[in-house]
Write a protein that binds this ligand. Structure first.
Ligand code: CAO
Length: 444
């Protein structure tokens, strides 16, 4: 046995990526190529395999850590045979490099990218807005089935939960053949094998040949759309959503905005409606901090964030992107307008850095510039609430015995009912309406 320190291999363009899974623990036996940890960048999820067989002595990373190339991951007591097995590879190195190779721990082999692979429900990419450090440890699960990365990869592609596959390999290892016979068996049952989503098995969607009904065209989804689809789907199936509708009388606010538009333009800022909404949202969040929180992964604790980073959904030709206005509560209206404009411009030109899309604690989706009366936005999980803003319009409002025309802004607040009660949601939108209805409250 020889102790080996395993390090993060070359991870491409990223300085640091998140550890989202630790797949082994001290005392576990691993074979060469068994995955040790899973890393996640904005672009892909990667499994880092062990370069040697042996017994895990110590794990040097945990879920939530940010790691870069060369960072030690684990110490493994490598089998002698493993050391021997590596010898030919070392022999391929130039002769003068060999001693250095002996002295320096060898990094793990290149990770397996899972870029374009549709992930199983438990392994969907996280939200753009996720702050990994907010999350607690892995939820309690049964023992992870033993399988090589290639079998796991295939299982993900096929949408098979490996926990359901009977293993036939040594030490209950699931072999490729096991997976194949499981899928064959499921198909033989009439293709009724369901898809497991958040612990619930639902019927597979039927395969329909639409060409039977008329001409069709296959358009592959781009990466942004696939990522946001996965995040939205996860949120849809895991978060019990409720949407609270409300309206705000923004007549005075709109007069104020129009009166200051020219002044803003002189400073190179397009003063739209959104910065005022962001400002009001920050105030309401400061007053009701549980709207600015996340449930941890055990579901037993609330992580209340003491920062106000507001995500803004931006429509781009590549799909929906959610850049984040950091510390939005510390900005004035013009600064917010400038920041929104800059982030949305860069989103549309695909110039956002990964950091621009991380860390949101609450999201706003404004469709007001386009139209619509109300909608039910999906919570940007692991956040717990999202505000949808629809088109402001003139409506007759009954005041002092007569109808008067007022500009009314529709608000749609979707929230995670595990964290927020309906009464609180109504309080939140009522307060927002109050703040948007009377600008003076915003400056207090
Ligand atoms: N009611 C009426 N008019 C509104 C409005 C509202 N609620 N919100 C904005 N407007 C107006 C603006 O004030 C602006 O008017 P002026 O030209 O008179 O100043 C005009 O509509 C255009 O605004 P905008 O869209 O350029 O800017 P914005 O700051 O309001 O919004 C952004 C920025 C990035 C949120 C928006 O461009 C966008 O992408 N919206 C779509 C978001 C989306 O797709 N959400 C769906 C997510 S779920 O699928």
């Amino acid at each position: 046995m020889a102790e080996r320190e395993i390090q993060v291999p070359d991870i491409g363009d990223f300085d640091e990526v998140d550890v989202i899974e630790v797949l082994v623990k001290p005392g576990d036996r691993v074979e060469a190529e068994d995955s040790l940890i899973t890393l996640e960048s904005e672009k892909a999820t990667l499994e880092v395999p062990s370069p040697v067989a042996g017994v895990v002595k110590e794990m040097l990373v945990k879920v939530g850590d940010k790691v870069a190339q060369g960072r030690p991951i684990a110490r493994i007591d490598a089998d002698d045979s493993a050391t021997r097995a590596e010898a030919p590879a070392a022999a391929k190195a130039p002769p003068q490099a060999a001693p250095a190779e002996e002295a320096t721990p060898k990094p793990a082999p290149a990770p397996t990218p899972r870029k374009e692979t549709p992930a199983a429900p438990t392994e969907l990419p996280r939200s753009f807005a996720l702050a990994p450090e907010d999350l607690d440890e892995e939820p309690a699960r049964g023992p992870r089935p033993h399988a090589s990365p290639s079998v796991r990869h295939l299982a993900r592609e096929l949408g098979v939960d490996l926990a359901l596959v009977p293993p036939s390999g040594p030490k209950a290892r699931i072999l490729k053949e096991d997976l194949q016979s499981y899928v064959k068996g499921a198909l033989a049952k009439g293709g009724s094998a369901g898809v497991a989503i958040a612990g619930v098995t639902v019927a597979r969607p039927p395969e329909i040949d639409f060409a039977k009904f008329g001409p069709t065209e296959l358009q592959p989804l781009n990466r942004v759309r696939k990522l946001s689809a996965a995040n939205l789907h996860r949120s849809w199936v895991t978060v019990p959503h409720v949407t609270q509708f409300d309206t705000a009388d923004v007549t005075d606010l709109e007069d104020f905005r129009k009166a200051h538009k020219g002044e803003a333009e002189a400073e190179g800022v397009k003063l739209t409606f959104l910065p005022f909404v962001v400002k009001a949202v920050c105030r309401a969040l400061a007053e009701m901090p549980h709207f600015n929180s996340s449930l941890d992964r055990t579901g037993e604790n609330l992580i209340v964030k003491r920062y106000l980073h507001v995500g803004v959904a931006v429509e781009t030709e590549h799909g929906l992107v959610v850049p984040v206005i950091k510390n939005a509560d510390r900005m004035g209206i013009f600064a917010l307008a400038r920041e929104t404009q800059d982030l949305s411009d860069r989103a549309r030109k695909r110039k956002l850095a990964p950091g621009d899309m991380q860390g949101a604690s609450f999201t706003i989706s404004s469709l007001g510039g386009i139209g619509g009366t109300a909608f039910t936005p999906i919570v940007n999980h692991p956040e717990v609430a999202i505000l949808g803003v629809s088109k402001m319009e003139w409506r007759p409002v009954w005041r002092d015995g007569a109808f008067v025309p007022r500009r009314i802004l529709p608000l749609s607040l979707s929230y995670d009912h595990r964290v927020i009660d309906g009464a609180d949601a109504a309080r939140f939108t009522t307060r927002l309406a109050e703040l948007l209805g009377d600008l003076r409250l915003l400056v207090l």
